[in-house]
Design a binder for this molecule. Structure first.
Ligand SMILES: [Zn+2]
Length: 331
């Protein structure tokens, strides 16, 4: 996974790539941003870009012996530190990494130490790291990866170049799922639709359950202009009908989330936005038809009604009452 293979984040990757080419990469970096968007893969790619044997104009090859060993975590000059069993990174782990980093690289050109979940660094470990960040070791780079950069000491943050990763686009999440998880194109798009721009989230969610919830949401939205009786009948599908109260609430909650997502997309289409921005990219035809049938004003009203229904669900109002109220108000 060299820079050429990183999905999304083109601006950040291009900045890093230029710095590496000009030999001006800062010796300490923070890569921050949401979980599951590719921060760790980018950190590993930095090690490859610095050490690849067969660089070309596009950067590291990702395929030579060095690139492959770095990807496997088996290169002597590339070290990863991560939290231990108790969930924290101890001072001993950081000291051991610094001791190794003092020596010239064994094989490569630059030593790279990646600290994963750097927010788990204990205070003592951060202080131990600070001295090295203040007086960088020659030929050594530290990359701190975290979704919570604010938990790092201000003194640590101020010694590092800070690169902030955003969420991925739906099509980018789908591309990542297709490539590394062997999803079919259709499955990848469905999983990506509810991923909120995070590959990890797409992998965690149950795609089938999501598809069911969205299908119920679509059916209610399709009858939005019809008579109240039809809408009330259709709204019954938002309810599970059996199961624990918690399961009932979760069932309805998933359908409300899907309605919000569909209405947001329909609003984007109605206002002429780029299709690449749609969360429900795999249901573009449905989103288009909803946008045409409902129009901007009604989409706005339904969006607000669903938001109120979600609030009511939070306040423990009964799912049945919420579904009926929504049926009346989706008009
Ligand atoms: Zn290579």
């Amino acid at each position: 996974m060299a820079f050429r293979d990183v999905i999304g984040h083109r601006r950040l990757v291009s900045l890093l790539s230029q710095a590496i080419r000009r030999l001006s990469l800062t010796p300490s970096l923070i890569l921050s941003g949401p979980d599951g968007v590719g921060k760790r893969l980018t950190a590993v790619s930095i090690a490859q870009e610095l050490n690849c044997l067969t660089m070309d104009d596009a950067g590291a090859c990702g395929e030579c012996a060095v690139c492959r060993r770095i990807a496997r975590g088996a290169h002597p000059d590339v070290m990863t530190i991560e939290p231990g069993e108790n969930g924290s990174i101890k001072i001993e782990q950081v000291r051991a990494a610094i001791e190794r980093a003092v020596f010239r690289p064994f094989e490569g050109r630059r030593r790279v130490t990646v600290i994963e979940q750097a927010d788990a660094l204990m205070m003592g470990a951060q202080n131990a790291l600070l001295k090295t960040l203040e007086e960088p070791l020659p030929a050594s780079v530290f990359v701190l990866v975290t979704s919570r950069p604010d938990t790092l000491l201000p003194t640590v943050r101020s010694r590092c170049a800070h690169l902030r990763f955003g969420r991925l686009q739906v099509a980018e999440v789908a591309a990542a799922l297709e490539r590394s998880e062997s999803y079919s194109h259709a499955d990848a798009l469905t999983a990506a639709a509810a991923s909120d721009g995070s590959v990890r989230r797409a992998l965690d969610l149950e795609a089938d359950a999501f598809a069911d919830a969205r299908s119920d949401a679509e059916n209610l939205l399709h009858v939005a202009g019809r008579d109240p009786r039809t809408r009330l009948e259709q709204a019954k599908n938002l309810l599970k009908g059996s199961g624990t109260p918690a399961a009932e609430r979760e069932h309805l909650g998933a359908r409300l989330t899907a309605m919000t997502s569909l209405m947001r997309d329909a609003g984007l289409v109605a206002s002429g936005a780029d299709a690449q921005l749609l969360a429900n990219l795999d249901r573009k035809a449905i989103v288009d038809s909803l946008a045409r049938a409902l129009g901007v004003d009604r989409i706005g009203r339904i969006f607000a009604a669903v938001a109120r229904a979600e609030d009511a669900l939070e306040r423990n109002v009964s799912p049945k009452v919420i579904a009926d109220w929504l049926a009346i108000n989706v008009h």
